[in-house]
Design a protein around this ligand. Structure first.
Ligand code: COA
Length: 193
């Protein structure tokens, strides 16, 4: 499948060569603080995860999020720098619903709009290429950055799993958020609908 482009980003298929980078990201407690990853993960475990991932249907494969990066030197061309990954976690074929996940593993790229832009690129891909009807996510109530990024990307709050997540001695609510195809179409003025 061709890569997915947006203004400052490229989403490309994950490769086996990315596995050590993924392990580096998920070994950082700040990155995983709001993820369902509680135990240290080895390279060998991540390799098994990768093999399982690529045996799943192609629309559920993981994409590496790459930011366009222009080095200081004028004679150097723009480069693509991997900053995270994203995927549709499960696509229900008849209902046309998919859950989405995202992790920006390079913390210096947080709070610069890249999470929002990644979600928008995945919404466009999900609705306009995969013909999905509803794209949804779960986010822990204490993940303020994530919630704000998803709101900016046009996700609506639709419900709460009360105290559905245990972390550091406390239970936290889990917010459900979603975007429907018709909401995406009306915001993006898709023709023919
Ligand atoms: C969550 C994540 C995808 C967000 O991506 P990002 O590029 O950092 O987010 P954006 O820059 O697009 O948007 C973040 C917004 O949250 C705001 N924000 C940051 N910290 C905040 C806080 N503590 N309280 C309220 N808002 C906050 C930012 O100011 C920004 O809003 P603004 O543009 O209106 O100023 C990314 O930080 C990440 O992957 N984190 C680690 C893993 C993770 O949490 N994954 C998601 C699990 S559901």
């Amino acid at each position: 499948m061709p890569s997915i482009y947006s203004e400052r980003l490229r989403l490309r298929a994950a490769e086996r060569a990315d596995i050590p980078m993924f392990v580096r990201w998920i070994s950082d407690p700040e990155v995983t603080e709001h993820l369902l990853l509680r135990l240290p993960m080895s390279l060998a475990e991540e390799e098994i995860w990768f093999e399982n991932m690529i045996s799943r249907p192609a629309p559920e494969h993981v994409y590496v999020v790459e930011a366009k990066f222009t080095p200081e030197s004028l004679d150097t061309q723009a480069q693509w720098l991997p900053i995270g990954n994203t995927a549709f976690i499960s696509i229900l074929e008849i209902d046309r619903c998919a859950e989405i996940g995202i992790m920006l593993g390079e913390k210096s790229w947080w709070n610069r709009g890249y999470g929002t832009e990644t979600m928008r690129a995945m919404l466009r891909h999900g609705f306009e290429t995969l013909n999905l009807h509803r794209i949804w996510l779960q986010v822990y109530a204490n993940n303020k950055r994530g919630i704000r990024a998803y709101e900016k990307a046009s996700f609506q709050h639709e419900g709460v799993y009360r105290e559905g997540h245990y972390q550091a001695g406390k239970y936290h609510d889990v917010f459900l958020m979603s975007v429907l195809r018709q909401e995406w179409d009306s915001q993006n003025k898709v023709k023919g609908n």
